[in-house]
Design a protein around this ligand. Sequence first.
Ligand code: DQA
Length: 142
Amino acid sequence: MRTVLVLNGPNLDKLGTREPDVYGSLSLADIKSACEEFGAAHDLAIDFRQSNDEAVIIGWLHEAADTKTPIVFNPAAFTHYSVAIRDAAAMCSAPIIEVHLSNPIKREEFRHTSLISGIAHGTISGFGAQSYLLALQAMLSL
Ligand code: DQA
């Protein structure tokens, strides 16, 4: 069975109560369950992780680079400024699909830059929790 790492950056552990008008009312645990349900139906093992710590995420990206594991990646705020996360992601040879719950391009200007898009296979933004499932669906054909 193929494993997909679903990697989540800072503050996404607060989904459900964090700005629900922007990010919706589902918790990260709800999104994890939805991803696992999709995985079970499509023969994918889902390795779902979240950290608020840049160094921890970099360590997980190194691990994914070594194991050639594909990644559905919501880098959250790190999207917009972390060269270190981008450099670690650039070492991953299996596909990375960048996801966002909101559509950053519709929001403040500082969210219009993604350091991750340039090394990702593609980006899915603006569909709430559904962004993750669309990314997993896309991963099936990569
Ligand atoms: C986000 C968008 C980012 O701009 C923001 O910093 C987040 C969440 C999203 O999923 O919409 O934390 O990645």
